[in-house]
Ligand binder design. Sequence first.
Ligand code: C5P
Length: 409
Amino acid sequence: MVIVLGVSGGIAAYKAVVLARLLVEDGHEVHVVPTDDALRFVGVPTWEAISRNKVTTSVHDDVAEVRHVALGQRADLVIVAPATANTLAKMAAGLADNLLGTTLLATQAPVLVAPAMHTEMWRHPATQANLATLAGRGVHVVGPDSGRLTGSDSGPGRMSEPAAIAARARRLLAPGDLTGLRVLVSAGGTREPIDPVRFLGNRSSGRQGVAVALAAADRGAEVLLVAANVDGSVLGEVEGHPSIRIESAGSAAELQQVVEAGAGTSEVVVMTAAVADYRVAGVAEGKIRKEDADAPPVLHLVENPDILAGLVARRRPGQTVVGFAAETADSEEELLDFGRRKRRRKGVDLLAVNRVGWNAGFETATNTLYLIDGEDRAIGRVEGTKRAAADGLWDAVAALRPGSPAAPA
Ligand code: C5P
């Protein structure tokens, strides 16, 4: 997608550099349009290096390609971050005395502004009236946050963090093809207790599952995210999302309870969580103490129920069940072979298999998912950030849903 990032002249321009990078990492074509004032904070070389595109600020540059309207016409989204009081006022009045102004008037794409200014300027009736005018025209607003401002003062006026602005951008760019769909996503990894202080666990961070939940919500779904020991920083990405409800589960038994209760009202279930295959038999009531033992303790394991296979067995008509498989494999062929076998064993409509190892799959920001459909066909490979992989997964799920032109007969 083509994103124009307008940057106006506030100190928060330095944070917009991080925003530009996040948008590029998401795979977008990013064009930065700084105002002259913004260039006093961050210069052209920085914007060009980060956006990987040429930067112009004047309506008199590249006149032959009619750049003053071309950027706005091509854009799928225009973001103004930081949006100063002055730029917001100019937008409200429809002024076009710089390239950002002409771009904003020429675009039919959604516009997202991230205001940044001192608290007094933010609270001024003129700024509030301009903002109301813009909101009335459908302009989206993110922030401002409250907190430390340029000087020693603090209050509302701080530009939203780049990650929060990027998250809103993703929501605005998402296709909306899952609107109205109720989706359950499990994420993270279970912990099987040994005694009150110890557990058997796995290295799943929950990042991929959280990305799957977020992508679905951004595309219009109502999501129940069942989080098994997901790190607070990862869960923070979805907290407060209007379409995501989070429920926590610790062990496989707890996860089973929450998932089975939620699956009855979900049209799609995606089991991203790494569920322990075994639990400890006879969990100790008190801490197992070395001093009390003559020899190292032996843990007896019993098999956990396969939650996914159970969901498939009780699948409602029209319900789509998706499984995940994390495998160590020597080759792509072997990985797909493991995936096919697991797909058959679980009976799911779609299985996403990814390679894991000492240095792959876990706690990383990127992933590669191989998708296997209900007929055991390898239907694609999606890779990139865990969010990009999640969107690829949802493209495949959407194509499987009843009513989709690509759905199997
Ligand atoms: O057999 P394996 O654990 O590799 O299968 C992985 C898939 O099965 C994942 O989707 C996982 O959430 C699910 N699973 C489950 N219940 C288990 C074990 C795995 O639902 N006890």
